[in-house]
Design a protein around this ligand. Structure first.
Ligand code: AKG
Length: 442
């Protein structure tokens, strides 16, 4: 197995890249930013073969430092901090930054994932979250659930008295939380996952833009085990859809339909000037990136897809939602599930037909995921429907999380998750982040 790593500059958060003649620092990672160990104290660029010396930098974290980080961000947070290395003896070649965090990278070079996206409209990117990030995030979510156990029990009791329906039998921890709370402001793991420099490079490259933002603050979705019996074990038709900003189904044009026509007019206005026929699904305008916090397999109820349907002329047709889904049969002959382990994410073109299958989680355990949606910055986001604005407010006050992120991650969080109606970074959040770093808050 490869042990690819990214080298993240200690002071800038930018990534060491071999640009051919020189080493440079980059905010996003293509193949030139991927390294692997070639010896005890030697790193080799996986794309160009250039080698640089690398020695461990600084003392290992002390027990009291680890305790402080765990107390701030929850169990195991200190394990999320990667080791640091001083890179290269040829100082003239290095662009200012000498000490780098070694962050585990996906299993293949970024160009391999992009080639898959281009040819098939989807790919699975591994190691978006390390095992430590996943377990810390799970611990934070578990705490919220424990603190709101009665509320969750009420949600479950209602679900238990109805048949299986796609998007039901799901616990959404966000809905259990108090106003003003956000996982984005609780642990750096969320921002670090969402601002992964290879994922962002893939998304920008596939969409053909240099400015993107998240449609909403990520939703966490916990698919309960399928344990219903009797009349409630029935599976209702439905659930097939395409994602934002495209028409949901052939019957429902707007993802924002619950908010009334004005919201859809705003979305349309943000896109139509550039892409007048965008509702015909002719242009690349959105991607979904769903990161597994537990393994996705057919037995755990991994998402059902009609892969390649991003190239179909229209949204999911009526016949897909008319009868219960049975993969391999009738209108569902091409329905498949994609397996991938916790910490990996499936990145797909938002036009792809897909459905959450609560009836298929026969594993006896919950299936956890972080669901995210990304569009070019000019496309209006889902702020009116989801909690993006509230999460940005919570993030503005989360100075300890700011201090745990790199400057590059912080800039991208403010740009992509804390932006205003026009898709520009919110000045009040920028000011709060700057004030926290000036105060040295940690
Ligand atoms: O939870 C799932 O399996 C599917 C999620 C989904 O429908 C979506 O991300 O749009």
């Amino acid at each position: 197995m490869h042990g690819y790593i990214l080298l993240v500059g200690e002071s800038t958060g930018l990534h060491l890249s071999d640009a051919g003649q020189t080493l440079v620092l980059r905010p996003r990672c293509d193949d030139s930013c991927v390294w692997e160990w070639a010896g005890d104290a030697l790193l080799r660029n996986a794309s160009t073969g250039r080698e640089v010396a690398a020695e461990p930098s600084g003392a290992p974290m002390s027990a009291s430092e680890a305790d402080k980080i765990d107390a701030a961000f929850g169990p195991g947070a200190s394990r999320m901090v990667p080791r640091k290395y001083e890179v290269g003896s040829d100082a003239a070649e290095l662009p200012g930054e000498r000490v780098f965090f070694a962050r585990e990278a996906p299993l293949r070079l970024p160009s391999a994932y992009l080639a898959e996206l281009e040819s098939q409209g989807w790919t699975v990117v591994e190691n978006v979250m390390s095992e430590a990030m996943v377990s810390n995030l799970v611990a934070n979510i578990t705490k919220v659930r424990e603190d709101n156990a009665e509320k969750e029990a009420r949600v479950k009791a209602l679900q238990d008295e109805r048949p299986y329906r796609s998007n039901d039998n799901v616990i959404r921890p966000r809905a259990l939380m108090r106003e003003g709370e956000s996982f984005l402001g609780m642990t750096p793991a969320v921002a670090q996952a969402l601002m992964h420099p290879i994922s962002l490079w893939l998304i920008e490259s596939y969409l053909g833009v240099d400015s993107i933002h998240y449609c909403q603050c990520p939703g966490f979705s916990i698919l309960r085990p399928a344990e219903k019996t009797g009349e409630f074990a029935e599976v209702m038709p439905g659930g097939w859809h395409s994602d934002y900003p495209y028409p949901l189904t052939s019957e429902v044009e707007a993802h924002t339909s619950a908010l009334g026509p004005e919201e859809f007019e705003k979305l349309d206005a943000s896109i139509s000037a550039r892409y007048p026929d965008w509702k015909q699904r002719t242009s690349r305008l959105g991607m979904q990136f769903n990161i597994a916090l537990t393994d996705f397999t057919p037995e755990t109820g991994a998402t059902q897809f009609v892969l390649g349907s991003h190239e179909f002329d229209g949204p999911p047709p009526t016949e897909l939602n008319a009868v219960p889904t049975v993969a391999g049969e009738g209108p569902f002959k091409d329905v498949v599930q994609v397996s991938f382990p916790a910490g990996s994410g499936i990145l797909y073109d938002s036009r792809t037909y897909h459905r959450a299958p609560p009836e298929l989680n026969v594993s006896g355990a919950e299936r956890w995921a972080m669901l995210t949606c990304i569009v070019p910055s000019f496309v209006r986001d889902l702020r009116a429907r989801d909690d993006k604005v509230e999460s940005a407010d919570a993030f503005a006050g989360a100075s300890r999380v700011h201090a745990a992120l790199t400057p590059r991650e912080l800039r991208d969080v403010v740009k992509m998750l804390c932006d205003d109606e026009a898709g520009e970074p919110r000045q009040d959040v920028e000011a709060a982040v700057l004030a926290a770093s000036a105060n040295g808050d940690a």
